[in-house]
Design a protein around this ligand. Structure first.
Ligand SMILES: Nc1ncnc2c1ncn2[C@@H]1O[C@H](COP(=O)(O)OP(=O)(O)OP(=O)(O)O)[C@@H](O)[C@H]1O
Length: 386
């Protein structure tokens, strides 16, 4: 099934909701991005950050306040010119969390529905049959045409929803947490399956999720959103390895933070020294520029720290903090430690080769290039990393 190779341009699109007392009550601040055909783009962020609002604006279910939106050169929305193409004229495929397979219809009729309701397409019965068969083959459900939708498993129902979304060969596919109703194992399987299908069809896709693992695994580009604002847009590696700030670092996976101060401005991609509140100094990497006056959050992921008995030799050099093991837990492939350093508890994950009992004095050793100096910004808003 061929995609239509259309470039999506979103330029300063915004939609704010207002409370009765005329204060902002959610929505999305101006967002801009251009997607090359075939891109898998994910809107990632905590509940209520504005992901669904953005998707609804793209679909035409919501009227944005300002901005422009076009697909393959066709304008769908232009706030200044007053253009707003309605949902049914945009040829966009959608799958939502509650994928709403109609239980009284067969699989065939479910998938044929979007073709039948658009009388202006003037499709013959044979054309509809061919298009439905092609969509069902694409999602691996050829031969299921006459089954009742209720006789299918959750994963199969999800595929029917996907077949229904792509049967009209849309120019854009919008997926709003489509896997969240599936159990963990199936969700994992469907994640791979969905990504494979998306690449096979080659359709530009916008995916909404609050699950960072899902976003990392599936996306070409991720937009991390917090309270209606895009904090960072980039490849999975970019947002994970070079987070724009403490919010992004924390949202993309478990990490430790230590508050620190700078003695000089730091350009992007530089190495420098920070002073911790305890007076100790650390050698850190700054993926993005920060000013001397900024509050800095030093971020070290639990798996970049190595524990050694306090006072051990450290021929590799790098950062060293000393603390006391508070607790440990054997998790099979790793051992998880909580170590008290000053007033802070630092989490460490390491291979269970050596074991340190609670109460042991240990050194925490970590390399400067894995010790990130980030803008502290709104780290307190986070809630995802476990
Ligand atoms: N129709 C509406 N009227 C007023 N406020 C709204 C409306 N729709 C959404 N909001 C508010 O806008 C904010 C963003 O909502 P949105 O549904 O886009 O978030 P989300 O990131 O998709 O969240 P979730 O992951 O929980 O679905 C929320 O604070 C929400 O309460």
């Amino acid at each position: 099934m061929d995609s239509q190779n259309l470039t999506l341009v979103v330029d300063g699109l915004s939609k704010l909701y207002w409370t009765k007392s005329r204060t902002p009550g959610g929505g999305i601040q101006p967002i801009s991005f251009t997607l090359e055909p075939g891109t898998f783009f994910t809107l990632l962020g905590p509940s209520g950050c504005g992901k669904t609002t953005t998707l609804r604006c793209l679909a035409g279910l919501e009227h944005p306040d300002v901005g422009r939106l076009s697909l393959g050169g066709t304008t769908f929305f232009d706030g200044e010119a007053g253009d707003h193409v309605p949902l049914n004229k945009r040829n966009i495929g959608m799958v939502f969390q509650s994928y709403a397979i109609w239980p009284h219809m067969t699989v065939f009729e479910n998938v044929a529905f979007p073709l039948r309701v658009r009388k202006e397409l003037k499709l013959s019965g044979e054309e509809i049959r061919q298009m439905v068969t092609q969509a069902l083959t694409t999602v691996g459900l050829a031969g299921y045409e006459s089954r009742s939708a209720t006789q299918l498993s959750g994963g199969q129902q999800q595929r029917v929803a996907l077949a229904r979304a792509i049967v009209r060969k849309p120019g854009l596919l919008l997926l709003d947490e489509p896997l969240s109703n599936l159990d963990a194992r199936l969700r994992d399987e469907m994640r791979n399956e969905l990504k494979r299908l998306q690449k096979q069809i080659g359709i530009t896709t916008i995916y909404v999720t609050h699950d960072q693992v899902e976003a990392l695994e599936m996306s070409d580009v991720i937009a991390v959103i917090n309270a209606g604002q895009v904090e960072q847009m980039g490849s999975p590696r970019d947002v994970y390895d070079r987070p724009a700030n403490a919010f992004v670092a924390n949202f993309m996976g478990a990490t430790n933070f230590l508050s620190a101060r700078l003695s000089a401005d730091q350009p992007a991609d530089s190495r420098g020294t920070v002073a911790l509140d305890t007076g100790e100094t650390l050698d850190v990497w700054f993926p993005h520029a920060v000013r001397r006056t900024d509050r800095i959050a030093v971020s070290m992921r639990p798996d970049v720290i190595r524990l050694a008995a306090a006072g051990s030799d450290n021929p590799e050099g790098g950062n060293r903090l000393t603390g006391t093991v508070v607790s440990s837990g054997f998790m099979g492939n790793i051992e998880r430690y909580s170590v008290k350093v000053g007033d802070e508890i630092i989490q460490v994950h390491q291979a269970p080769d050596a074991h340190f009992d609670s109460g042991s004095r240990v050194d925490l050793l970590f390399r400067p290039e894995r010790t990130l100096g980030l803008l502290e910004n709104r780290a307190e808003v986070v809630g995802a990393a476990a």
